[in-house]
Design a protein around this ligand. Structure first.
Ligand SMILES: Nc1ncnc2c1ncn2[C@@H]1O[C@H](COP(=O)(O)OP(=O)(O)OP(=O)(O)O)[C@@H](O)[C@H]1O
Ligand SMILES: O=C(O)C1=C[C@@H](O)[C@@H](O)[C@H](O)C1
Ligand SMILES: [Mg+2]
Length: 254
């Protein structure tokens, strides 16, 4: 698995994203890859519960378990029984798919069915940054968001026994795709028309701003092979309720 401190490269002055360079300050918040609000530094999830690359799998500390949030990685009643004692099996299942495919919604239902904690990397990033993803995009740009997302994924993949939903673009990162190879990944597939209906105007999803259908089409054309590459199972979601979808995933998990 990759070292979660990698995003710190952006502070070396090389600004790998090409957007944030050492010495530049953007909108008063970003200097050389850092979000300067005092809340989060690029590559670190600073909710005070789980820091980048430091998910304490299997450790339960009072008051830290929060559905969908950083720190919710404690083992629950599920996990890989064949794993050696003390070993982390990571998430029970990881959901990937385009925006509007229902990853977060289905993961929440699924976690209830499995008696597991639901963890969502978009939520972890927002908790760490102390602001919505749409604000991170506006204030700091997509490359900074992707670094925060990558760090959140590295941490979440170490969390034992959780049901993990990823952001729609998580699979764009080659290291993330490689890390997912060892996990049970389910691709929630959705048509463009159905996804467009579900996300509405997409105000909370910065990449869908403008013509939502066109953005979704471009995004799905580019990403479909990547979702398929990491997935062990593909589940169609059009015309099906989140409950039906969650049930099918339980069957896949055997
Ligand atoms: N199977 C479904 N049928 C109808 N509506 C659904 C279904 N699944 C989810 N929705 C609705 O679609 C919207 C988007 O769902 P959700 O936020 O779970 O998607 P997501 O895949 O997590 O998106 P993102 O990638 O942006 O995080 C929500 O309003 C949700 O209630
Ligand atoms: O599809 C995407 O690239 C995104 C989807 C959301 O889940 C968020 O992770 C963010 O808005 C980016
Ligand atoms: Mg989601």
């Amino acid at each position: 698995m990759s070292d979660a401190s990698v995003p710190g490269d952006a502070r070396s002055g090389e600004a790998r994203s090409g957007e944030v360079r050492s010495g530049e300050v953007r909108s008063g918040e970003v200097r050389s890859g850092e979000v300067r609000s005092g809340e989060v530094r690029s590559g670190e999830v600073r909710s005070g519960e789980v820091r980048s690359g430091e998910a304490h799998s299997g450790e339960a500390r009072s008051g830290e378990a929060r559905s969908g949030g950083a720190g919710s990685g404690e083992a629950r009643s599920v996990g890989d029984p064949s794993a050696p004692a003390g070993a982390s099996a990571g998430p029970v299942v990881v959901l990937v798919g385009p925006p509007g495919s229902g990853k977060s919604t289905v993961a929440e239902l699924l976690s209830a069915k499995l008696g597991a904690v639901h963890r969502d990397t978009d939520t972890d990033v927002e908790t760490g940054a102390g602001k919505p993803i749409s604000d991170i995009f506006v204030d700091s740009g997509e490359p900074v968001f992707r670094e925060l997302e990558r760090a959140a994924i590295v941490a979440a993949l170490k969390a034992d026994g959780v049901v993990l939903s990823l952001g729609g673009g998580a699979i764009l990162d080659a290291d993330t795709r490689a890390d997912l190879a060892g996990h049970t990944v389910v691709f929630l597939d959705v048509s463009i028309g159905e996804a467009a209906k579900r996300v509405g105007l997409g105000v909370a999803r910065p990449l869908l701003l403008g013509n939502v259908r066109t953005q979704l089409k471009n995004l799905m054309d580019a990403r479909r092979p990547l979702y398929a590459e990491v997935a062990k199972h593909t589940v169609t979601t059009d015309g099906r309720s989140p409950e039906e979808i969650a049930r099918e995933i339980v069957e896949h998990l055997g």
